[in-house]
Ligand binder design. Structure first.
Ligand code: SF4
Length: 304
C-alpha cells in the first residue's frame, strides 16, 4: 500500500460523513485521501532491523500483541477515506477507508501518517455507514486499505456489516497478520496483496526482522482461498535487486501465483532521501530481468 495521500489536519476531530458533498465519478471530496495505488497472527514482527528512521510505535503494536481488542465496528480507527474511486477495486466503483496502524516501516511508504495506531484524523464509523446508505446504487464496493487494515480487531465485523448492506468488499494488505487475514478472507471479494521481497529479504524493506514469515503465510492464504486477488511488488533496486526479484519470482511460482504486478518505485511522496537519491527519476525494470521473471511467473506486468 503505497500511493500518495493528502491529509488535511483535523486535530483529532471526529469528522461526520453527512457533511460530504455528493460525490461524482473520480472527483475527490474535500475529506478525501487519495488511495494507495496497497493480534491477528503477525509473525516475526518483533524486532526491527537496520537503521530505518520512521517512528516505530510500541514493540507490542509492531508484533500485533497489543492490537485493540474491541471488535465492534465502532472501534474502527479510520484515518482517511476516498468517497469515490474507480481504481482501487478492479471493475468496481468504491469508497476506500484507510485504517490506522501498520507494524512495518517500509522506506518507500507514501502513507507514513497511517502507520501509527492513532492518527490525527479520525472518521467516525457510524457516520460513514450512514453516509454509505446514501451511496446505494452509486457505489459497488468498500475497500479497506491502510496502513495495514488487518491490524484492527474490528475489521471483520465492519466487513460483515457493510457486506450485509449490499456492498462488495475489497482489501488492500501487506499480509502482516495472517490469522486475521484468514478470518476476513471469507468476507472479501477482492484482495490487493503487496508482496515486498523474497521471504528472507523482507527485513531490508519493512525494517522488521522476520516479517517475511507472516507475508509468505499470507500469500499462501490468499492464493489458496480462491478469492479474486492481485499480487504486486514495488521495485527499487536498492531494496529488491535482480537476484532478490528472481528469488521472489521462484517463491511466488512455487505458491501458484500466475499474475504479478510490478510497480517501479516512484520518488514522489517518498520520505526516504536515500531511496530517492538512488532513483531520482524512479526505478526502471530492464527487459532482460523481465524476461527472466516471466520464465517463472508468466503473467508479469509492469504498472506505472
Ligand atoms: S506495509 Fe505499512 S509501512 Fe509498508 S508501505 Fe504499507 S503502510 Fe507503509
Amino acid at each position: 500500500m503505497a500511493r500518495r495521500v493528502s491529509l488535511p489536519s483535523r486535530g483529532g476531530v471526529v469528522v461526520a460523513f453527512p457533511g460530504l458533498k455528493p460525490a461524482t465519478r473520480d472527483v475527490r471530496a474535500p475529506l478525501a485521501i487519495v488511495a494507495s495505488n496497497d493480534a491477528a497472527g503477525g509473525v516475526g514482527a518483533r524486532e526491527r532491523s537496520g537503521p530505518r528512521r520512521a517512528s516505530p510505535g510500541t514493540a507490542a503494536s509492531r508484533a500485533g500483541d497489543a492490537a485493540p481488542e474491541r471488535r465492534d465496528p465502532g472501534a474502527l480507527r479510520i484515518g482517511g477515506l476516498t468517497p469515490f474511486s474507480s481504481t482501487d477495486f478492479p471493475g468496481k466503483l468504491a469508497a476506500v477507508l484507510f485504517l490506522q496502524g501498520c507494524p512495518w516501516r517500509c522506506g518507500y511508504c507514501h502513507n507514513p501518517h497511517l502507520r501509527e495506531n492513532e492518527g490525527t484524523v479520525r472518521h467516525d464509523y457510524a457516520a460513514f455507514v450512514g453516509w454509505l446508505a446514501t451511496r446505494a446504487g452509486l457505489l459497488d464496493a468498500v475497500v479497506f486499505s491502510g496502513g495495514e487494515p488487518t491490524a484492527q480487531a474490528a475489521l471483520p465485523e465492519a466487513m460483515r456489516q457493510i457486506r450485509a448492506r449490499g456492498f462488495a468488499i475489497g482489501l488492500h494488505t501487506g499480509g502482516s497478520y495472517p490469522r486475521r487475514l484468514a478470518e476476513v478472507l471469507p468476507l472479501v471479494d477482492w484482495v490487493g496483496l503487496d508482496v515486498k521481497a523474497p521471504m528472507g529479504g523482507y527485513g531490508a524493506v519493512t525494517g522488521v526482522t522476520g516479517s517475511g514469515i507472516a507475508a509468505n503465510a499470507s500469500v499462501r492464504l490468499v492464493v489458496g482461498s480462491g478469492v479474486a486477488h492481485e499480487v504486486r511488488t514495488t521495485v527499487h533496486f536498492d531494496l529488491t535487486p535482480s537476484d532478490a526479484m528472481i528469488a521472489l519470482a521462484d517463491e511466488l511460482a512455487a505458491i501458484g501465483v500466475g499474475r504479478w504486478i510490478l510497480q517501479p518505485f516512484r520518488p514522489t511522496g517518498c520520505a526516504d532521501e536515500r531511496l530517492i537519491a538512488a532513483a531520482p527519476r524512479g526505478a526502471r525494470i530492464d527487459e532482460g530481468l523481465l524476461a527472466r521473471l516471466r520464465e517463472r511467473v508468466p503473467g508479469v506486468e509492469v504498472r506505472g
